[in-house]
Design a protein around this ligand. Structure first.
Ligand SMILES: [Zn+2]
Length: 90
């Protein structure tokens, strides 16, 4: 079902990147998906890491997702909770 993904906003310390420790295929910046992981549907499988940590052990795909998530958050800092669509801008 292509329903809108909901998130819990999470922000503490420097561990801003939340990685699913079950599938290691999803990472979010300062938020975690609810009620479960969109990839493996694991519950409470997310742990916080720094970007340096993700770069240290993550796959290239995971690192790319982490960087993209951070850029997305930086571009739309208030859109995290409302999940409003981000308009494409040049
Ligand atoms: Zn997962």
């Amino acid at each position: 079902m292509a329903s809108t993904q909901l998130f819990w906003p999470v922000s503490h310390r420097d561990d801003d990147f939340w990685v699913c420790m079950s599938c290691l295929g999803e990472v979010f910046y300062r938020k975690v998906p609810m009620p479960d992981c969109p990839s493996c549907h694991g519950v409470s499988t997310y742990e916080g890491f720094t970007l340096e940590a993700v770069r240290d052990w993550g796959t290239d795909d995971l690192i790319a997702k982490a960087v993209a998530a951070q850029q997305e958050a930086a571009a739309a800092p208030s859109a995290v909770e409302s999940a409003a669509p981000v308009e494409a801008a040049d």
